[in-house]
Structures are given as C-alpha cells and as structure tokens.
Design a protein. Sequence first.
Length: 350
Amino acid sequence: MRRAHGPVSFRSGRGLRTPSLVAAAAGLTVLLAAGCGGSGASAGGTVSSTVTIAAIPGIDTAPLYLALRDGMFAAEGLTHVVIRTYSSEAADLSALANGQADIAASDYGDIFAAQAQNPDLRILTDGYDATAGVLEVVAMPNSGITTPAQLANQRIGVPDEQVLSGLSGSGPVSLEAAAATQVLTNYLGNAAQYIQWVPMSQQQEIAELQSGQLSAALISQPYIYEAESEFGVTEVLDACSGSTASLPLTGYVATKAWVKDNPAAVADFQAAMVSAQTQASMTGQVQQILPKTTGMSVADADLSTIGSYPTSTSAINLERVVRLMSNLLIFNKLKSAQLPYVPTMIVQPR
C-alpha cells in the first residue's frame, strides 16, 4: 500500500508496502541473512539451520528488519535468517503452507480466515496494533463528502492486498474494511454492512479519488500522509476508533507442526522480536529503517503516523478481531466450519 507514484508495497492498513518494491521483489528472496555471530543462544541452543520468514516490507513489519539488521536474531541463537518478500497476505500464508517459509508475518484477517478453514496456524507473537490515524476513509475536498453518514450508498476503495480470498461484492472484504464498517454502523446502522468495497491498489485508490471515479477510499499510512500533503484529501472516518481502537492488525505465525518440531527456534524468534518491538517503539528507529526496506522517502517515513508494537500477545485483544469478523459474517461468507479459538493458537514464550 503506498503512494500514487514512486516505490511502494506496503502491507495491510497498519503497515506499508512499496509497490515498486513489490513489483521488483515479489516472490524474491531477500538475502538479509543474520550475521553468523551471536552467543546468546536460547535454552535450546544455537539453531544452525536457516529460518525463512515470509513478509511484506512495511511499517507493521519494520521490527522484523530491525532485528535482522541489528543482529538480534543471531544474539538469541538464530544465526541464519532469511526474509523472503511477498506481495500479499495470502501469498505469505501460502508460502507457509507450502513449506517455502517457516514463519510468516500476516494480517490477522487472513490468519483467522485461514485458521477457521484449516486449524493449522500458531501465533508466535503479536506484531502491530492500530493507533489513531493509521487507517482512514478519506475523500477529496471537492467530493461533497465530509461526514461518515454521507458514505451511504457510495463505492469505497479498499487495498486489494488485504482482501480475503473468496470475498467480494457488498459487505467488508478484509479485516480493515470490517473495522471501517464497524465504526460506520454508528452512523448508518445495518446499512453499513452493504457498502460496496472496491478492491484496488492504494496508488489506484488515490488516482481514482482525484479523477472522481471513487467517492472515498480506505487507505493506510504512508498513503494517508501523502494523499493529504499532495492532494488535499480529508479524513472522513478513522477506521480504528471507538470499538476498533487499538485493533491488532499483524502477527507472526507458523504451522503447528513446525512449532512442535522447532521449540528452540520458536523461543529464539520470540525473544528476538521482543527486543525488536521494544526498539521499534523508540523515537526514530522505524523511521530510520523504512526508506531502506520499503523504498519510502525519508519525508514520508518521518511524517507518517506509526501504530504500536506490542511486546506481548494478548488472547483477549486478538479475540476482538475474531468477534469483529464473526459479527460481520465474514466467517459465514467463507463457509468456514468453526470460529478460530485464539487461546489455543498462541504459543506462550518459554
């Protein structure tokens, strides 16, 4: 999800991705291998085999790249880590299922949709939670749309890399659209569930806002900042506010079998990510690495609103995502057999 021009391929509403980066690197192995040093192995000892992580470079996954750059994985015993870049959440999880990756950073909408249909995923750590201003419905100043109530019966753009497989037409088609729909019910009642969400890249969303083809668009950072500063778009609705405030957006998952067979690697990964998430919360750390990992400009990185990087995983908080998706009938539309049971998905740190 990124700008109307320049490199981009960010991820779900919470994160970023740079399209040019995606075009150039989708499916490409980014050999940012962790250094071979590191003495702080976990109780399970140093892991010598390569651990491959599927991810989309963005704000939400910035701590992952900090951990690699600063040797946090090696310090915990993971001396060979490779981050492989993909262009969508579905591709991340497909790589995990196909054995092309050991761990995947993915949108919780995709994680729970996949879990409902095939209960094979385990959550290693929470990755990125929303704060005010990271995911908004915006409109052009000359659109005539200035309030959420005016979004009734409108076509609203939604980032296509977040759309859940099997969902289309009216009603929310992604976790991000579900969050916006939930907030819209305060203004439109049940009618909010019948809004037509139109999937496209975030660059195209901005372009169609400018041309008048779209009345409004759901976009994330850094596109929000860019669209505001360059084209004067205005916020109509903060999708992560009220009942959806602080909504978990991205997590790191592995298959049940991999977790069982690699307890030391799991523990090392979790410990490294706690350090990385802590570092990412310090002023300037994320802004410093984003231009290198996503192709963002330094200005975009400095001025984009950043969400929060939790250092622990809360089942109660993640259950909010499942309830949101359930209340808006997303699991029903996916014809899932059962709702994901979050407590059994979380791998507790050792």
